[in-house]
Design a protein around this ligand. Structure first.
Ligand SMILES: Cc1cc2nc3c(=O)[nH]c(=O)nc-3n(C[C@H](O)[C@H](O)[C@H](O)COP(=O)(O)OP(=O)(O)OC[C@H]3O[C@@H](n4cnc5c(N)ncnc54)[C@H](O)[C@@H]3O)c2cc1C
Ligand SMILES: NC(=O)c1ccc[n+]([C@@H]2O[C@H](COP(=O)([O-])OP(=O)(O)OC[C@H]3O[C@@H](n4cnc5c(N)ncnc54)[C@H](O)[C@@H]3O)[C@@H](O)[C@H]2O)c1
Length: 472
């Protein structure tokens, strides 16, 4: 499943097959993750324009096979198990079933086959071209598929949707640590695992690897989920610790030692025991997962051959450098697709509002569901705000969810407009709560009006009543 050879030079790729260099599409997309797929779809929808997606691995991208889908397929049973273990009237075994969990993961990643996605693309008139795409000049992309190769021209637009790659700090050089692909694609469950990082991948992966039976130590340079409201990281750290994970915060990794093995296949243990020195202490484990962020995959795709502001060149998804989230990439892709379609049809360009808030759900237990600005981000922007804080335990519907339910919610309100600019909910199953806040922010609904949005009893949404009344 490795990428088609990227080792040929751009000149070699460009000259691979002159016979096929007459290929043309209206829209060419490099990278078939969720953002690339949606951009292609919207760019040609309802027209006779043509589009092709160039993909060097699996159509569907990181999200479908190595990120969102497998991680959530693994985390959902963990959450349901915790809920069932904490509900009077239900008795369940303390044990999870690791082999069954991995089978569920395999089903959700379609056994790492992309036939379904290719069928979808072809069904809506998008061609899928296998190979590694490199921009070689104006509106021109060379495709290296390890064989003849092709040079393809775009009549209207080239969209870069190449995703992102993990950032591995220098201290891990030569130690072949696990990346998020190994954690989501786990085949050999290490008896002990060190997770380095305190962001979303680190927290989620610590949770599912612990449920699979690994003894997990999490080493975070800062506090957990440092980009969120501080209470989110605190509640998640407490829950991970209560579940037997050794959480160390504010420790820096200064040294890593490990003899590596020949077999470093995805999800296999990559070598002998690893020793990590962090915060002056020595930690030893069977494997180490590095989850220290990602960067846009923009190297080696020929962007240096063209002006980045060329009017025919677009970027969507993680490759754009915006928030690295599937739903955000798809939102960008819908906007870019609509824009390309409008330009092709000579119609007015669609208007995209400014400051659209970014939502995110971290699928730990408790979950962290947030949108827009944190209290600190609002203060940094110079906004005069009011803060509504509520313990979710005071909400009847929340208490009914499970006997151990703990959580907290916060609204950040801009006093100048009396509208919400940020919201965070932390607790089990709060994921669906956040969209109400997203709608309130996008709709700029004043809190005086929101008071007339009556939540049903006894649902968790009653937290909205308490949040708004706490402002009085
Ligand atoms: C472990 C993990 C869990 C995550 N969970 C969530 C989640 O729950 N919710 C969420 O919103 N986000 C989640 N994310 C983030 C999400 O996966 C990304 O934001 C999303 O995949 C970005 O989509 P994309 O289309 O921009 O890029 P990708 O999904 O990375 O797709 C890019 C595609 O381009 C291809 N490609 C790259 N270069 C070339 C080239 N030169 N030629 C041809 N093809 C190329 C790649 O093979 C790939 O298929 C998670 C990330 C990780 C790591
Ligand atoms: N549920 C979701 O929405 C979801 C799930 C997983 C990933 N993602 C997205 O994928 C992207 C990547 O996730 P991530 O967790 O890798 O990144 P992140 O940016 O969320 O977290 C990176 C973590 O690594 C730490 N770090 C950075 N450099 C370090 C270094 N040199 N040494 C030690 N620690 C270091 C940071 O302090 C931070 O805690 C994010 O944008 C995230 O939002 C989303």
């Amino acid at each position: 499943m490795a990428a088609a050879s990227a080792s040929k030079s751009r000149e070699e790729i460009a000259g691979l097959d002159d016979e096929q260099s007459g290929d043309e599409y209206d829209v060419l997309v490099i990278g078939g993750g969720p953002a690339g797929e949606v951009a292609a779809q919207y760019a040609i929808a309802g027209s006779d324009r043509t589009a092709a997606i160039i993909e060097h691995e699996l159509l569907g991208g990181e999200c479908s096979y190595w990120a969102c889908m497998p991680s959530k397929a693994l985390l959902r049973p963990v959450e349901v198990h915790a809920a069932a273990r904490n509900l009077d009237g239900i008795k369940v075994s303390k044990k999870m079933l690791p082999e069954e969990l991995l089978r569920r993961r395999d089903a959700w990643v379609k056994q790492y086959e992309d036939g379904g996605q290719v069928g979808w693309a072809n069904g809506i008139g998008i061609d899928v071209i296998r190979g590694h795409g490199v921009i070689t000049g104006e509106k021109t992309v060379a495709v290296d598929n390890g064989g003849a190769g092709r040079t393809i021209r775009a009549r209207q637009a080239v969209i870069v949707a190449t995703g992102s790659t993990p950032v591995i700090p220098e201290v891990f050089a030569g130690t072949q640590p696990w990346s998020s692909r190994d954690a989501t694609g786990v085949r050999e469950i290490p008896a002990s695992l060190i997770v380095v990082g305190g962001g979303v991948v680190a927290c989620e992966a610590a949770a599912w690897m612990s449920a699979l039976g690994s003894s997990v130590t999490l080493l975070s340079r800062g506090t957990l989920l440092g980009k969120s409201e501080p209470f989110a990281g605190k509640l998640v750290a407490k829950a991970l610790t209560d579940n037997g994970i050794d959480v160390r915060q504010k420790v820096d990794v200064t040294e890593v030692r490990r003899p590596v093995a020949d077999d470093t296949g995805i999800g296999r243990i990559h070598g002998d025991q690893v020793t990590v020195i962090a915060g002056g202490e020595e930690f030893t484990a069977d494997e180490v997962l590095v989850a220290t962020g990602r960067r846009p995959a923009r190297d080696g795709i020929g962007l240096d051959t063209v002006a980045e502001d060329a009017p025919w060149l677009y970027a969507v998804g993680d490759a754009s450098g915006g928030p690295a989230l599937t739903h955000w990439g798809k939102y960008q892709a819908r906007n870019v697709g609509h824009l390309i379609a409008a330009r092709a049809a000579g119609k007015a360009e669609p208007v995209v509002p400014e400051n659209v808030p970014v939502p995110q759900v971290v699928f730990t237990d408790p979950q962290v569901a947030s949108v827009g600005l944190t209290k600190k981000e609002a203060a940094d922007k110079g906004l005069d705000t009011s803060i509504a804080d509520v313990e979710l335990t005071g909400v009847a519907g929340f208490g009914l969810l499970r006997d151990d339910a703990q959580g907290r919610a916060r609204l950040v309100i801009d006093n100048a407009t009396d509208t919400i600019v940020g919201a965070t909910f932390v607790g089990p199953e709060v994921d669906e709560l956040v969209h109400a806040a997203t709608i309130a922010i996008v709709g700029k609904v004043p809190t005086s009006i929101l008071r007339h949005a009556v939540p049903s009893y006894p649902t968790v949404s009653e937290v909205w009543l308490q949040l708004l009344e706490s402002l009085d």
